[in-house]
Design a protein around this ligand. Structure first.
Ligand SMILES: [Zn+2]
Ligand SMILES: [Zn+2]
Ligand SMILES: [Zn+2]
Length: 271
């Protein structure tokens, strides 16, 4: 399985456009891995998760999405679903034939697409498939499982994905897992876990809709203790907010000693 991180920031991007806090200013000075678009990942050229900063990602990280056959939307927030941009998948904005893109999303996100996309599914060659927490389905070589996130939209989802060889857990935009979610997670073992680390040094409260460094470190230990990490598994933090996350290098030193990797934009990871 090949992963390409198209974006690794929270909703405001990093640096945030209207912000001159020390973290944003430092990111502007340092550049490189400190510059982050909104979170999204491409798997094996044909599976895309979330749908926001695709234009800058395609330009800056030299990827093309013409082979994408499946799009998973985690939840109904604009930094994960920029519903207006389905026109990109239609002529004349693509001048090559593209496969139909099956979009799996929670119902409230499907509604957002129906409301905001100027292009119909026929015009832009996509199809809409509502999914709920607890569902398992297949498409092509992939198996998918949806579990419920702890987050502020109507039905936020996290996805477990298997491509026939490897299994990953895409766990963005969630606070601490609900008991029923944790029970479902424990039915799997993973080659990679990509986990929300929005809040940085801010302690993760019981009702938070995101995780900070403290909870990510706890979960790394818990996943290992429960035997959910396969040999050589990657445990990767992403979805960084400028608010309380320091530079890339500082995150690497804070998380590296706990065997947690720090995602960055344009990272190509082979599992
Ligand atoms: Zn987000
Ligand atoms: Zn800032
Ligand atoms: Zn969100």
């Amino acid at each position: 399985m090949r992963l390409v991180f198209l974006g690794t920031a929270a909703a405001e991007g990093y640096p945030a456009p209207f912000c001159t806090c020390p973290n944003c200013q430092r990111a502007r000075e340092l550049g490189g891995r400190n510059i982050r678009l909104r979170s999204s990942v491409l798997i094996n050229d044909d599976l895309l998760i979330d749908f926001c900063d695709l234009v800058p990602a395609a330009a800056f990280y030299r990827v093309e999405l013409s082979k994408v056959e499946t799009l998973l939307i985690t939840h109904n927030h604009a930094d994960h679903l920029w519903a207006e941009q389905f026109f990109l998948h239609a002529h004349p904005f693509t001048r090559v034939p593209v496969p139909e893109m099956a979009v799996y999303a929670p119902r409230d996100a499907i509604e957002r697409i129906r409301r905001l996309s100027e292009r119909t599914p026929e015009e832009a060659r996509y199809s809409l498939h509502p999914v709920s927490a607890g569902e398992h389905w297949t498409r092509g070589r992939y198996h998918f499982w949806a579990v419920r996130a702890t987050h502020s939209t109507e039905e936020p989802l996290l996805y477990i994905i298997q491509d026939g060889e490897k299994k990953v857990f895409y766990s963005t935009d969630t606070g601490r897992y609900l008991p029923e979610t944790w029970e479902r997670i424990k039915e799997h073992t993973f080659d990679a876990v990509i986990i929300d680390e929005t809040m940085g040094t801010i302690p993760t409260g019981p009702r938070s809709g995101h995780l900070g460094l403290d909870a990510v470190i706890e979960y790394r230990q818990l996943f290992a203790k429960e035997g959910l990490l396969r040999p050589g598994a990657h445990f990767i933090a992403h979805h960084f907010s400028h608010g309380a996350n320091p530079s890339y290098e500082e995150l690497v030193s804070l998380l590296g000693e706990h065997d947690i990797e720090v995602a960055y934009d344009g990272w190509r990871l082979e599992l």
